[in-house]
Design a protein around this ligand. Structure first.
Ligand SMILES: Cc1cc2nc3c(=O)[nH]c(=O)nc-3n(C[C@H](O)[C@H](O)[C@H](O)COP(=O)(O)OP(=O)(O)OC[C@H]3O[C@@H](n4cnc5c(N)ncnc54)[C@H](O)[C@@H]3O)c2cc1C
Length: 460
């Protein structure tokens, strides 16, 4: 029997799509397929028995502003099983920079810099020159136009080079959007109160204390995290709901191809078996989808993805410097840390624990991944950043390499994604919807990925 809907990829995109379709069309049959042996994609967790669940890096469920999507996301757990993060506590992020953990704002704070006045005057004078968002070729062009030369050279470009191990002229504008670089912190609260009334300035400068953001500026989108630690709980609950709704779930089978009949997708081939479908939803993004449509297709990536390592740690003491931060990005030159996430500060399960649960993400190139002793490097860097004071405080440490890499947001790679989207558009299969990371330009964050996918699904 032909499947009405076949959904490829069982990450949060595939999960929510399958739930939506099976509910909206209760008489249809929906098949969800993933090559991994368990579903969830990047929303999965590692289970360390007595130490509990640790996620695949920092993940929470952020409301998207699209009611349809948000209702599905929130339905994945019972209301009492969620911790709701809202108001000024919705997303407390910091950065480690210039030998110091900055907790007041995730944007570079230049108020104490001798160059502060010239950073502000150059940035302000750029306002009239800002062009449309999507015309910049590189991060260099994008940020020079936004902030002028001095702040870029002194602050932003070193951060970009440290994070992506590439020159800013080789990085696409997306590189500067994956980490919070869009504003600088250069003013007092009183000065900001005036700036908030000016649309141009407000886009450039940040509030000096994220916990005091005026109510009218706080995004009304809440964030959700399981009250018992581990995003895996969301995935497990979703799997149960999908099975209850009669969705056929096929896991651990490689997908050989997506097969066309004229201008229509006719079927997919999974481990040598043909599954016919009337409507295909691929959540593999443009490149992943084109690769299944054309086995000869070789995407012209210029830069390999980073290997993503997550180091999961339990320690005996919580250092005061961490304060109530949910996570911070590390911009310090010479350190491999990308981000450190503190579960005790957003998950009620461990909020009052004597133990301190956290993870560190590292983005490594081939050479680094081959040569680094991950655990000792993690401990060394965490001590340098004062997140742990003494190795003896660490009661548990385990590192994991994620099965998925981090796509390097270089100009060359983004051109390869553009080319894959062009190929998809030229195929014009009208019974195929493509979503997922980079299925559209600059689409990366979970909320944006889901909103974009559902904009397409509601039109079916
Ligand atoms: C290191 C890192 C950090 C991130 N940080 C953030 C963040 O802080 N905030 C945020 O909002 N977003 C973040 N993201 C992005 C976020 O993870 C994605 O937006 C989200 O995972 C998208 O969900 P998805 O279901 O589309 O994809 P995924 O979660 O990647 O799931 C894709 C699924 O497809 C399956 N699959 C892949 N290839 C095939 C194939 N050929 N056949 C069958 N199945 C296949 C995979 O097994 C997987 O289950 C981060 C991503 C990475 C890599």
């Amino acid at each position: 029997m032909a499947n009405d809907f076949v959904v490829v990829g069982a990450g949060i995109s595939g999960i929510t799509s399958s739930l939506y379709l099976s509910k909206k069309y209760p008489d249809s049959n929906v098949t969800l397929v993933d090559s991994a042996s368990s579903m969830g994609g990047l929303l999965r967790s590692f289970d360390y028995g007595p130490w509990g669940l640790f996620d695949y890096g920092m993940h929470n469920i952020s409301a998207t502003g699209n009611k349809l999507v948000d209702d599905i996301l929130i339905s994945l757990l019972k209301s009492e099983e969620w911790d709701v993060l809202e108001g000024n506590n919705r997303d407390l992020a910091g950065i480690y920079i210039s030998d110091r953990l900055q907790t007041n704002t995730p944007y570079p704070d230049v108020r104490a810099s001798p160059q502060r006045d010239s950073y502000v005057s150059q940035s302000t004078s750029q306002i009239g020159l800002h062009q449309a968002e999507n015309i910049h070729r590189s991060s260099r062009e994008y940020f020079l136009e936004r902030f002028g030369v001095q702040y870029c050279q002194d602050v932003l470009f070193p951060i970009l080079r440290k994070t992506y191990k590439k020159d800013e002229s080789d990085l696409a504008p997306l590189a500067g959007k994956l980490i919070p670089l869009g504003r600088m912190c250069a003013h007092s609260e009183e000065e900001m109160a005036l700036i908030y009334n000016d649309n141009g300035l407000r886009q450039l400068f940040s509030c000096p204390e994220q916990r005091n953001l005026p109510e009218y500026l706080i995004p009304d989108r809440k964030c959700y995290y399981p009250a018992k630690r581990g995003c895996q709980r969301v995935v497990d609950s979703a799997e149960e709901m999908l099975r209850d709704q009669g969705v056929n779930i096929i896991l651990g089978q490689p997908i050989d191809s997506i097969d066309m009949n004229g201008s229509q997708v006719a079927s997919i081939s999974v481990a040598g078996k043909t599954i016919q479908c009337s409507q295909l939803i691929s959540t593999l993004g443009a490149v992943g989808t084109v690769r299944l449509l054309d086995k000869q297709y070789i995407p012209q990536f210029t830069d390999k993805p980073f290997h993503v390592y997550v180091v999961n740690i339990v320690s005996n003491s919580k250092p005061a410097i961490v304060d109530d931060l949910h996570y911070f990005f590390c911009y310090q030159q010479g350190l491999s840390t990308y981000r450190v996430t503190f579960y005790n500060n957003f998950c009620s399960d461990v909020k009052d624990s004597d133990l301190f649960y956290f993870n560190m993400e590292m983005l490594l190139n081939d050479e680094e991944a081959a040569n680094l002793d991950i655990d000792s490097r993690a401990l060394k860097e965490l001590m340098e950043m004062n997140v742990i004071q003494n190795e003896k405080d660490v009661t548990f440490i385990q590192h994991e390499k994620l099965p998925y890499g981090f796509p390097r947001p270089t100009v060359g790679n983004m051109e390869a994604f553009d080319a894959a989207r062009d190929t998809l558009n030229s195929i014009k299969a009208d019974n195929m919807v493509v979503g997922g990371v980079l299925s559209e330009p600059d689409l990366f964050f979970q909320g944006d990925v889901l909103s974009s996918l559902f904009d397409k699904l509601v039109k079916l």
